[in-house]
Write a new protein. Structure first.
Length: 306
């Protein structure tokens, strides 16, 4: 069963359905708590369940991988139902997040092999820190990203729920959005949808390259990857800045909620990109030359001085 791709996908889908149900149950049980705390506790409880599943049943931390893209659409949709209505900004938010989430989850499913295979980064952690690996798996691989995404979701939650819950105003965005909606809100939507489209294009180009390459040491130099080493990461970063801009256009007093998009950006710049570059340096031919000729993120040609 661990070697079967279809069985693995089915098992993970079942795990996530159970996790969603239990997460909602935890949210409902905390009826007297602040709604933001209820979301956080439910989010963490769901992460713990995914960790337990990966530890007890499969010993594969990659079971967590789709959580990154599954949790936000589910949480935002559940909050809309909880709030009893939706506004124009909320519609924009759901369009962007569902498009991003479905696309990213579909890409994960496309690249999923089986339950016997996990992300190379997790294998590296396991090889380097065998005794501390389970702690790294829970706190580093799962809980840390969950908390980063929770911070990224705060601007979206501010669009859906009453702004007074953030202790800065007694006015609800839900009731004020129709009058407050402006061109900048649309800019945020365009940035988020454009970011997801950028990711989709980059992933498609990478899949096409992997399908035709004959040497595993080859480096992709087509499309977005010609001038950017990580255009997919750029899309992930811009996605949450777009959500932040949507919220900021309506309620600028919540400017501090940009902490989530900033934390997400720093995570990619200081953790994800350096790890990927270090691995590629050891695996890919001519990596040093490719690195010198490209940007980390922005797919624009580097101009050399004569």
């Amino acid at each position: 069963m661990r070697q079967s791709r279809s069985a693995g996908l089915f098992i993970i889908v079942m795990i996530y359905l159970i996790v969603i149900v239990i997460g909602i149950a935890v949210f409902l049980l905390l009826a007297n708590a602040h709604v933001l705390l209820r979301v956080l506790v439910a989010d963490v409880a769901a992460t713990v369940l995914v960790f337990i599943s990966s530890l007890i049943f499969f010993r594969n931390a990659s079971i967590y991988d789709p959580y990154w893209s599954v949790a936000p659409p589910v949480i935002f949709t559940a909050l809309v139902i909880y709030s009893g209505g939706i506004n124009f900004a909320g519609i924009f938010l759901l369009i962007a997040v569902w498009f991003w989430g479905v696309r990213l989850t579909a890409n994960w499913a496309y690249t999923f092999k089986n339950l016997a295979t996990q992300d190379w980064r997790y294998d590296n952690f396991k090889a380097k820190f065998p005794r501390a690996y389970q702690a790294i798996s829970f706190f580093g691989i799962m809980l840390f990203p969950t908390l980063i995404v929770y911070l990224c979701m705060l601007p979206g939650m501010a669009i859906i729920v009453d702004v007074s819950l953030f202790s800065v105003s007694s006015t609800s965005i839900a009731t004020a959005t129709s009058a407050s909606l402006n061109a900048i809100t649309l800019v945020g939507l365009v940035i988020s949808v454009g970011a997801a489209t950028l990711q989709m294009t980059a992933d498609f180009q990478m899949h096409r390259f992997r399908g035709r390459k004959t040497d595993n040491r080859q480096i992709i130099r087509d499309g977005l990857w010609k001038n950017s080493r990580h255009p997919n990461y750029l899309g992930e970063i811009l996605m949450w800045w777009g959500v932040y801009i949507m919220m900021l256009s309506i309620s600028p007093q919540l400017w501090f909620l940009g902490i989530g998009a900033l934390a997400n950006t720093l995570m990619f710049l200081t953790v994800s990109i350096p790890m990927a570059d270090k691995r590629n340096c050891s695996l890919r031919s001519d990596w040093d030359a490719y690195r010198d000729q490209t940007n980390r993120l922005i797919p624009i040609k580097i101009r050399k001085n004569d």
